[in-house]
Design a protein around this ligand. Structure first.
Ligand SMILES: CC(=O)Nc1cnc2ccccc2c1
Length: 446
């Protein structure tokens, strides 16, 4: 048995020290920098959160998919200066292949859609919950992994798809007790940017890079934003117009500048009217400064923010109609969002919305004598076949120990297998919440 330390002493209470064969170095017991373990209590919270992700996905008719956490590095190599690229967790494997731990899920989804090709009937509504990775050199104590819930609609070019995605996130927040007073969505469209750049005949090829620079508008001084825009080839007058347009918080004002002929204003107007019908108007607001930090977005973009302004974005997403052609396939209209497992927990803590999630087992079964171990195993098996959970005491322990464990694992009932009862085909039952105690015939246990 594992407890036999090879000293031939057979079973012994306290393990005698292992023979000194070599000076075994104690391993590092913490997980790698920036990563987490999920011991039972944390795992219960994670499962509660993920079960809510899954239930909302089910309510919206989405199918679950999954992909490897390891992908070809090429899937994530984009030349738009994204942070996600700088922090790619990539390496060369033993077959000299350049691979990476995925930093996001959308490229994998696009890869699978292309792989399945014509065999898929559109639209696709797919969701996944997956661990994503980043490698930051100087870990500013930031995490190197997190889990993301992703929902994507592939094959719908209408803004109804973005409206549906926003509705699903609102449904998720409501399930957790988060209201429009706690969280809102800033919504814009990258077509705003596109239309301004076109007015100043800035080439489309700069679009991704300009978006990534603009995305830093709240993070670095505006002078640096201007310098970076100049450096990628945007003219001074275009920059002035850009910054003016990006400060818009009203669609009507935006329309005065862009005119009502462009798609940007039309898309946003349609989205806001659909929001009325879905019943989440209170949750969304137009904010032209929102561009999001991923180069492949092409249309509506949005991000969930906490109205107290203390936390980073809770979630984010948008339309990415050109991603497939960057992988050499025909383009297909697509939109989606990512929802991380970190900020939401901080938000729930702020709002006092973290649920009490105790471990609950229905029965703890214990033999009162060594030679009743087999009988206890039979009792446990009968209960389990009835679908009742059982913590079977596996060693002979004093009753005091059993009671303590019963309380710790929050058992509902203690089933005692004693000699005299067993001979009469009975077992002892103690309801731990009331202290009520009685005997019952084995086949009447339920
Ligand atoms: C707040 C947080 O943990 N963010 C986080 C943590 N790990 C990541 C890993 C990959 C990509 C984005 C990530 C984002």
């Amino acid at each position: 048995s594992p407890s036999d330390n090879g000293s031939g002493g057979g079973r012994s209470g306290a393990l005698s020290p292992a023979p000194i064969t070599e000076d075994v170095q104690k391993i590092e017991v913490n997980p790698p920098k920036g990563t987490r373990d999920f011991p039972p209590e944390d795992m219960r919270l994670r499962n509660w959160l993920f079960n809510n992700f899954r239930e909302v996905s089910r309510l919206y008719g989405f199918e679950e998919v999954d992909f490897p956490v390891l992908e070809s590095e090429a899937l994530f190599i984009r030349k738009a200066g994204e942070e996600i690229r700088d922090q790619l967790y990539c390496f060369e494997d033993r077959g000299n292949r350049r691979v990476a731990l995925r930093p996001e899920l959308t490229p994998s989804l696009a890869r699978l859609v292309i792989q399945k090709g014509k065999s898929l009937s559109l639209p696709l509504k797919w969701f996944t919950i997956g661990q994503c990775w980043r490698y930051e050199r100087m870990t500013r104590g930031r995490r190197r992994e997190h889990y993301q819930w992703n929902m994507d609609i592939i094959g719908v070019d209408d803004v109804t798809a973005e409206a549906e995605l926003l509705s699903s996130i609102v449904t998720f927040f409501k399930r957790l007790g988060i209201t429009a007073a706690d969280v809102g969505f800033k919504v814009s469209s990258r077509k705003v940017l596109q239309e301004v750049l076109k007015c100043y005949s800035i080439p489309e090829s700069l679009f991704g890079k300009v978006c990534i620079i603009i995305d830093k508008i709240e993070k670095i001084p505006v002078e640096d934003i201007k310098k970076e825009l100049i450096s990628v080839g945007v003219t001074k007058e275009a920059i002035e117009e850009l910054l003016q347009v990006l400060s818009m918080k009203s669609l009507t004002k935006l329309e005065e500048i862009l005119g009502d002929a462009g798609e940007a204003v039309a898309d946003l107007r349609q989205l806001f009217s659909l929001a009325e019908k879905f019943g989440y108007s209170d949750w969304i607001q137009f904010d032209a400064s929102i561009v999001r930090g991923l180069a492949y977005y092409t249309g509506i973009v949005f991000e969930g923010f906490d109205r107290k302004g203390k936390l980073r974005a809770v979630c984010g997403g948008g339309r990415y109609d050109r991603l497939f052609s960057t992988f050499g396939a025909d383009d297909v209209p697509a939109c989606g969002f990512g929802f991380g497992d970190a900020v939401i927990v901080e938000l729930l803590k702020e709002k006092g919305l973290i649920p009490e999630l105790g471990m609950q087992v229905e029965n703890i079964v214990c033999a009162l004598d060594l030679d009743l171990q087999g009988a206890a195993a039979m009792v446990a098996t009968i209960l389990r076949e009835k679908g009742l959970s059982v913590d079977l005491v596996l060693e002979s322990k004093p009753l005091k120990w059993v009671f303590k464990r019963a309380v710790r694992i929050n058992a509902e009932r203690l089933i005692l297998v004693g000699k005299s009862e067993w001979q009469r085909g009975m077992v002892g039952v103690k309801i731990l919440s009331t202290g009520e105690q009685y005997e019952v015939k084995l086949d009447e246990l339920k």
